[in-house]
Design a protein around this ligand. Structure first.
Ligand code: ADP
Ligand code: MG
Length: 411
């Protein structure tokens, strides 16, 4: 029995759980079969990263009252610095914004309007916006409007104890994409670094009510949830740095593994179609809370060397949570991220993951894309920062697959 000391497992668990999760010990074979590749990671055809804005980025959600504030803080640029982010091509980086429940056509109109603006200001630089608008137009044309909404609120934990595999990027962009297609989405940022909160342009400095207050101070979720200023239909429960201390503080709390679940149970989730929980890169009590709080687990796997290492440990933890704390938890989705089509290694990792996990692996793989990595520094998802980029289109496809998963419908 793996008692996983320090993780808050019950001291005398009932059923022993088999430690041996079959078939997950493959990194060793992989390591001998495959050479690590050191080729550059830029996707073909993608421009070099644009210079990041220096200094503080704009904080745009300040005026939003806690608990489902109104849409539409549309300020851009920073109040402090007057800096207006650009996409590195002379055009304003902000992407089309929509009002609540507006359809794709509005999105397209605004994208076209942006394209016109950039043509006026700099004809030779108008191309990227035009491509983005064209992509949106194509989406609208093939009827890629609102997707089916699940018949219950799907609470999806996004976890992998490895850092840098795309947990936050996937949480943010899948959420944005689902919201852009009509779903009501809440992202719970459970990583003390607060990267998901940053990516949505949601304030998360020390004074902001955050997930810490929910887990440690028993604050209701409705006190901390705010609307993301960039996109309608999207809400965020921000993380602040003091969440780092929560790992320790939780240890002495009653029901330390189930505090997020309790908060979710006491919250009116009915208005949401999806709750996505972005986890920190560890298997500590924060991640355990996310596994107990979620019904589904989405594991992002980076298509790189050592990608599969540690996965066995994650799956063992899932088995323990299922056995003792949350029987309905299931690995519903695996998403292959940062795929570099030029390397044999990426294809090999993808093949191994597919042969092991089967149909829970989404068909869509997320390519490495400079635009994906640039977007957070502008307080945006790539879905709004550059909707025509390969990364945005891939996240859009992945989100569409999720929206059509049978698990979304129980009847
Ligand atoms: P995690 O949350 O698992 O630690 P992140 O989502 O923060 O991982 O991603 C780690 C880093 O990789 C970030 O700098 C992010 O911008 C970058 N990144 C993630 N996905 C991609 C991608 N598809 N293409 C390029 N960079 C990516
Ligand atoms: Mg992260």
């Amino acid at each position: 029995m793996n008692t996983a000391p320090g993780l808050g497992w019950p001291d005398n668990p009932g059923d022993p759980v088999n430690d041996d999760v079959s078939g997950v010990g493959w990194p060793a074979e992989l390591a001998t079969e495959m050479e690590p590749q050191t080729s550059p990671v830029k996707s073909p055809g993608e421009a070099a990263p644009a210079a990041k804005p220096s200094g503080t980025r704009s904080k745009k959600s300040g005026g939003l009252p806690p608990g489902h504030a109104a849409w539409g803080n549309t300020s851009s640029g920073t109040a402090e610095t007057g800096y207006v982010p650009t996409n590195g091509r002379g055009a304003k980086a902000s992407a089309p914004r929509r009002g609540p429940n507006q359809g794709e056509s509005q999105l397209v109109r605004e994208a076209l309007k942006n394209a016109t603006v950039s043509r006026e200001t700099s004809p030779e630089e108008a191309q990227p916006e035009t491509i983005a608008a064209a992509a949106l137009k194509a989406m609208a044309k093939r009827g890629d409007g609102d997707w089916p909404r699940p018949d219950h609120c799907r609470v999806i934990t996004i976890a992998n104890q490895k850092g840098g595999v795309g947990k936050t990027t996937s949480s943010v962009n899948l959420a944005a994409s689902l919201a852009m297609h009509g779903a009501q989405v809440l992202v719970i940022d459970l990583d003390p670094q607060g990267n998901a909160s940053t990516a949505f342009g949601v304030e998360h400095h020390a004074d902001v009510p955050s997930v810490y207050d929910v887990l440690i101070e028993d604050a209701p979720l409705s006190d901390i949830v705010v609307a993301a200023p960039e996109l309608p239909n999207l809400y965020c429960a921000p993380a602040t740095l003091n969440l780092a201390g929560a790992e320790i503080e939780l240890v002495s709390k009653v029901a330390r593994e189930s505090r997020l679940r309790r908060a979710l149970d006491g919250y009116d989730k009915g208005k949401f179609d999806y709750v996505l929980i972005d986890c920190p890169p560890s298997l500590g009590l924060l991640t355990v809370n996310a596994l107990v709080g979620g019904d589904e687990l989405l594991i992002p796997i980076q298509c790189e060397y050592y990608a599969l290492e540690g996965l066995g440990q994650l799956l063992r933890t899932v088995d323990l949570v299922k056995a003792h704390l949350n029987p309905q938890l299931q690995v519903s989705t695996i998403l292959l991220t940062m795929y570099d089509a030029r390397t044999r290694l990426a294809a090999q990792v993808a093949e191994d993951v597919r042969s092991h996990f089967g149909e829970v692996v989404l068909n869509t793989v997320i390519p490495r894309s400079v635009r994906v990595s640039e977007a957070p520094s502008y307080g945006q998802s790539v879905m709004t920062y550059d909707p025509g980029s390969s990364g945005a289109l891939a996240y859009n496809e992945a989100a569409a697959e999720m929206a059509h998963q049978p698990i979304g419908r129980t009847s």
